[in-house]
Write a protein that binds this ligand. Structure first.
Ligand code: FES
Length: 100
């Protein structure tokens, strides 16, 4: 959980091809958590982040929705900026406001 503009938001960190990325756990189709199974964000082959509610597929490195509900494709998950210092990972709230 991370406080973002006064609300505790669940976020997640992934290691995709050796690089860390973090996003708010909020699908861009309907603002609900993407992990039906706790902490399971990747589809079966580990290529895409998947929201199983209506099968939205997101690029892990960018958070862009590349398949799924038409009104969701092209939208991006809200990125949580990460910085690493002395082996410690720090997360910051997303810079953009939530559109939904
Ligand atoms: S809520 Fe995620 S695809 Fe519909």
């Amino acid at each position: 959980m991370m406080p973002i503009r006064g609300v505790d938001e669940e976020c997640f960190v992934i290691n995709y091809r050796g690089k860390l990325h973090a996003y708010v756990n909020r699908c861009r189709h309907i603002p609900m958590a993407m992990d039906w199974v706790d902490n399971q964000f990747f589809g079966e082959r580990g290529r895409y982040l998947v929201c199983p509610t209506h099968n939205a597929y997101y690029e892990p490195a960018t958070g862009e929705c590349v398949a799924g509900p038409p009104d969701t494709c092209g939208k991006f998950l809200y990125r949580v900026p990460l910085t690493i210092a002395d082996g410690i990972i720090y997360a910051s709230p997303p810079v953009e406001d939530f559109a939904d």
